[in-house]
Design a binder for this molecule. Structure first.
Ligand code: KG4
Ligand code: ZN
Length: 337
């Protein structure tokens, strides 16, 4: 009998619950997206998100248990995202996890959301070798992390302004492509052979990133070209592709450079932007090292990645106490939860 862990994730606008066995085998993975609710505002509205989590979390929990054909007594622990994320949203997951642990006697394990994105790679059944260079690229984060072992991280670089996914979302809005921006930009850029050349911020000598200058360059280009809702899709496609190429070029180049400098044996990707097929292709073809990329459903926010991380924490005896609390600004630190 394997060790089955329930994972809960409510850090942003996805309400998610999953059951994972031995950290690698996904028995269920239920995600209720609020994207349609937030789309009309062009981004996530925190107050709306936490209310929606409250309405959805219990049915989602029940569905995750029933799809995995387990009851609470057959679980070995409850793992939950504590941060980074929206405080009101995180509270819904953390309070449910605490109640479940209290009612059942199961161990409670707090998981850092970024650590979860890294652990999504364990759900693919690949053999992972340390040290691994991890790039987490999502709506809120762009972080290059050296993972030396389970739970041991060294932050090498991060964005100094917009996260990569945030830049996709903002540029999509500029181009009237809607929300969420990443998939919309990817669709608009598909098959474009003559993208507009746009600048890259290399920030030499650091592993940090910057995307706000690129966003401003898109704004100027769109103004110069008189972009409006009636612009031809070919024109929008050329701008979207130019933007996408610039982001991908910087992400891939800096990731490969950091991997070489730190003697990484593998590259692991995580976060919503890692579901971009053009990015996946480019990194895999330019990398001399094996590149692991979770399936798109495990790149975007989900609870299976939280359950997987929870398994390795349980094995290491890193169980949380009743004082476990949300940490909206949490960093990825060694031994963090
Ligand atoms: O990891 P995630 O689901 O949530 C956060 O923790 O932020 O990432 C969501 C972000 C959004 O900014 C979205 O636009 C971006 O990931 N994203 C993409 C793609 N799919 C989602 N960016 C580029 N290309 C995509 N295909
Ligand atoms: Zn995320």
């Amino acid at each position: 009998m394997g060790i089955k862990i329930l994972g809960l994730e409510t850090s942003c606008d996805e309400t998610a619950a999953a059951v994972v066995e031995d950290g690698v085998q996904v028995l269920s993975n239920v995600v209720a997206s609020q994207v349609e609710i937030h789309a009309r505002y062009g981004g996530v509205v925190p107050e709306v998100a936490s209310r929606q989590h409250l309405l959805t979390i219990i049915p989602i929990l029940k569905q995750a248990l029933s799809e995995a054909s387990v009851n609470l007594k057959e679980l070995s622990a409850v793992a939950v995202t504590t941060g980074p994320g929206l405080a009101g949203s995180l509270l819904v997951g953390v309070n449910l996890a605490k109640s479940l642990a209290l009612a059942t006697g199961l161990p409670l394990i707090g998981v850092n959301h970024l650590e979860g994105h890294i652990y999504a790679n364990w759900l693919e059944g690949s053999f992972i070798e340390f040290p691994a260079l991890c790039l987490i690229v999502s709506g809120g984060h762009t972080e290059l992390v050296l993972m030396k072992d389970h739970g041991e991280y060294l932050l090498l670089g991060r964005t100094r302004d917009d996260a990569a996914g945030e830049a996709f979302d903002k540029v999509a809005r500029l181009l009237n492509l809607g929300y969420p921006g990443g998939p919309a930009i990817e669709r608009a850029a598909k098959g474009v052979s003559d993208p507009f050349p746009l600048p890259r911020a290399w920030l030499p000598g650091t592993a940090d990133f910057s995307f706000s200058g690129l966003k401003t360059a898109v704004l100027h280009l769109a103004r110069d070209l008189g972009v409006s809702e009636d612009s031809p899709p070919e024109l929008i496609g050329r701008i979207a592709a130019g933007f996408q190429e610039a982001v991908i070029d910087v992400l891939v180049t800096k990731t490969l450079r950091a991997a070489e400098e730190h003697g990484a044996r593998q590259i692991l990707l995580g976060g919503g932007v890692a579901s971009n097929l053009r990015f996946r292709e480019e990194l895999s073809s330019r990398s001399p090292l094996p590149v692991l990329i979770p399936r798109p459903i495990f790149c975007t926010d989900n609870a299976a990645m939280i359950a997987s991380c929870g398994y390795f924490k349980l094995k290491a005896g890193r169980i949380s106490g009743w004082d476990l609390d949300v940490d909206p600004g949490a960093q990825l630190l060694s031994g963090s939860s």
